[in-house]
Design a binder for this molecule. Structure first.
Ligand SMILES: CCCCCCCCCCCCCCCC(=O)SCCNC(=O)CCNC(=O)[C@H](O)C(C)(C)COP(=O)(O)OP(=O)(O)OC[C@H]1O[C@@H](n2cnc3c(N)ncnc32)[C@H](O)[C@@H]1OP(=O)(O)O
Length: 170
């Protein structure tokens, strides 16, 4: 199976914040943003694997900035590392200033998707070859995040999480 580059999975969704999608402070609901991120991430995972994909885990979400009603929001998802059947998807959320058009980073998230066959059994996917410096950094750190996610899910013993342990031993 031929390795793929992150740009082959990059998925960009741009949409408005409508009144029905806001909280009492007139900012975008967290749940609405999670849904937009899940949608973009699933397309990125599908583009990388060309298989049926399912969300295995939401590893990290940070709501750093509230996103006001009427904002133009861009959700950018890309595969940051591919393992055997699972993929880490890194999501950056940008908000566009209505006056200047300048984009600022509002949130980010990290999801894990697994490629499966028609019976729901995990299936082998192509490797990922990072190219830019940022892609390489995210690729390197992805194994630690996978181990942390597996430990939290009770699917890996902490003592087996060697990459994760190394982080605390530096
Ligand atoms: C083409 C362009 C246009 C496309 C245009 C249309 C595209 C449009 C696409 C629509 C796509 C809709 C996308 C909906 C996405 C949902 O919303 S799916 C619904 C929510 N998710 C689910 O229902 C999943 C339910 N869970 C499961 O089915 C199983 O637990 C899983 C995820 C398949 C894993 O199964 P398992 O028996 O644990 O299998 P196991 O072999 O142990 O693990 C498999 C891999 O997952 C990893 N893993 C398992 N759990 C975790 C965890 N908690 N954390 C991290 N990794 C984990 C394992 O480490 C392993 O990784 P690899 O070493 O193989 O890489």
């Amino acid at each position: 199976m031929e390795a793929k580059s992150p740009s082959e999975s990059r998925t960009i969704l741009t949409d408005l914040v409508l009144p029905s999608e806001t909280n009492p402070l007139n900012n975008l609901f967290g749940g609405e943003l999670l849904a937009r991120m899940d949608r973009a991430a699933s397309i990125a995972a599908r583009r990388h694997s060309r298989r049926i994909v399912v969300t295995a885990s939401v590893n990290h979400v940070a709501f750093n900035k509230a996103i006001p009603l009427g904002s133009v929001v861009t959700v950018e998802a890309v595969v940051s590392r591919a393992f055997k059947s699972s993929m880490e998807i890194y999501i950056d959320v940008w908000v566009e200033d209505r006056e200047s058009g300048r984009r600022s980073k509002a949130n980010e998230a990290i999801y894990t998707f697994v490629a499966v066959d028609e019976t729901g059994t995990p299936i082998q996917i192509p490797a990922l070859e990072p190219e830019s410096e940022l892609e390489k950094q995210r690729y390197e750190a992805a194994l630690r995040r996978k181990q942390l996610s597996l430990v939290l899910a009770g699917k890996m013993k902490p003592k087996e999480a060697t990459e994760l342990k190394a982080l605390f031993e530096d």
